[in-house]
Write a protein that binds this ligand. Structure first.
Ligand code: FE2
Ligand code: FE2
Length: 201
């Protein structure tokens, strides 16, 4: 028997409440796409918690809203050691602050809020993920970049051509946390390379 289809409309109020914060840094593209990848991973790993992972991926980058866009790009993407830059830490702490406001306003309980915020805080800067929910959010956060849309958006963030960025994704592949995430990323990158004619340009 097939497992029941998850009711993703239970997160609609959170989407609406978070929407004003999605105008920063193309989060209105990154977040819906990563949310979709998270659902694919959650279908594959039923032992993970769908509410916690779905809410964490939806809200994990909400904190970029508090930072000027030029600073996000210059310090958060194009500086040396950008993954440990001050703005990276700031977007995580602001994500916890704003995410807590959104989750409280939409009726989620303290237990869920604590676990979601534990994932948001450190999602880019923590060296090792804590547990399966954390690992799924990390993979969903990366997987969208392997799509044509992700390469189009993120190559601009990093100041690279699509070909240069696709080559960089080859190293990101080695940092994926789950076997299923790695398989999905490899498949998506091959399709994106073909669609973008990267064997030629
Ligand atoms: Fe982030
Ligand atoms: Fe992200």
């Amino acid at each position: 028997m097939l497992p029941p289809t998850p009711d993703l409309s239970r997160y609609d109020d959170v989407w609406r409440k978070a929407e004003p914060y999605m105008r920063a840094r193309k989060n209105d593209v990154h977040i819906p796409l990563s949310f979709g990848w998270a659902q694919m991973l959650l279908d594959h790993y039923p032992e993970a918690n769908r509410d916690i992972c779905s809410l964490a991926i939806l809200l994990h980058d909400i904190g970029w809203y508090s930072i000027d866009n030029d600073t996000i790009i210059s310090e958060g993407f194009r500086s040396d050691n950008y993954l440990q830059s001050d703005v990276r830490y700031l977007h995580e702490t602001e994500g916890v602050r704003l995410g807590t406001v959104v989750l409280r306003a939409t009726g989620w309980g303290d237990d869920i809020i604590t676990e979601v915020c534990e994932i948001i805080d450190g999602h880019d800067t923590r060296p090792n993920p804590h547990h399966l929910n954390d690992r799924i959010v990390r993979d969903a956060d990366k997987l969208w970049r392997f799509s044509v849309t992700g390469i189009a958006v993120a190559s601009d963030w990093f100041g690279k051509t699509p070909h240069q960025y696709a080559d960089h994704l080859g190293t990101v592949l080695t940092r994926l946390e789950t076997d299923h995430g790695q398989m999905l990323a490899e498949r998506e990158l091959a399709a994106s390379r073909a669609a973008l004619m990267l064997h030629v340009i």
